[in-house]
Design a protein around this ligand. Sequence first.
Ligand SMILES: C[S@@+](CC[C@H](N)C(=O)[O-])C[C@H]1O[C@@H](n2cnc3c(N)ncnc32)[C@H](O)[C@@H]1O
Length: 353
Amino acid sequence: MNYIGSKKSLLEFLESSIYKVVGLKNFTFLDLFAGTSIVGQHFKKNNHKIISNDQQYYSFVLNKNYIENHKTLKFQNLEDEIKKLKNINFEKRANFVCYYLDNIKFVEGFIFNNYCMGGTIGKEFERLYFSDENGKKADAIRKKIEIWKVKKKINDNEYYFLLATLLENIDKVANTASVYAAFLKKIKKTAKYLFRMRPANFTKNKTYNNEVFNEDIEILIKKIEGDVLYLDPPYNNRQYASNYHLLETIARYDNPSLRGKTGLRNYSHQKSKFSQKNEVLKSFENIIQNAKVKYIFLSYNNEGLMNEKDIKKIMTKRGEYGFFKKKYGRFASVKNKNVQYIIEYLHYIKCYK
Ligand SMILES: C[S@@+](CC[C@H](N)C(=O)[O-])C[C@H]1O[C@@H](n2cnc3c(N)ncnc32)[C@H](O)[C@@H]1O
């Protein structure tokens, strides 16, 4: 998923830097601003136990699938409804269930009625976040997944796999420049394609006891412990809750009241202090002081709300400080003709106690 602050293209940098400091030990890895889960996925592949967290529910769904899921999904309780499933070997069943969902009858539901032109035309706010077909298809699949869950036809692992698959694929056909803060006036080429349920495949390995949370990090940090804490907070004042509100609504499917032209759900309880200039240092210090870990790493760039001096000052109170840095291309939506790169820092401490 194309996500603000995603570390997809920095994985090698993160891995080599972290291993240099920690050594190639069998450490537990805490990814507590997990976003797309891409960093946790990388360390999961290397067989570390992962604990991941994010305050956004769509991110929790992605993490439940990519981080917590670790064995073949058999979809045994769907055999009554999808007769052909019985003849399909377990390894191929997840793909077959996705294919089945790809072909179900479209329904006009919350997404179509609030975020597509066909559903909003003539209403106070006309919106074009998805084509009509994609909106109806998303509604049909989202409803079906929930019915299966309520009727216990799928277990939690299967539920999060299917939801993650829907989120990943509907996001590819959004009619936006990149995030959901606004939609485009005309439907763009990629938004015209009917999305397909390409399976959100996860790594099946021996790490079977990963844990995923959906909490404010300042609360969670006091309740968990591990070896390596990786922090990748928001850098600036763009709130993830408003930039990805549609993914949140599709994940929750909770019929929220919507506001204004862009159809925002209420996100007052999800405003991140890391995106607020006057709150960020206090929150950052709170995390550093309360973390029960041996090493702390912080990804942050040179344009963030906290400056390097403040970061060093706060981190040094808990351990021996160092950093790595790397030039990095900008996120697509904020590309500026003058400065095409930023400097990505990986600050770290080896904790004294
Ligand atoms: C820079 S992104 C992380 C990107 C992630 N490393 C990746 O590669 O996809 C920051 C994430 O922190 C989450 N977040 C912001 N404030 C938070 C808080 N107080 N507690 C937990 N998560 C928070 C946001 O929802 C967002 O997903």
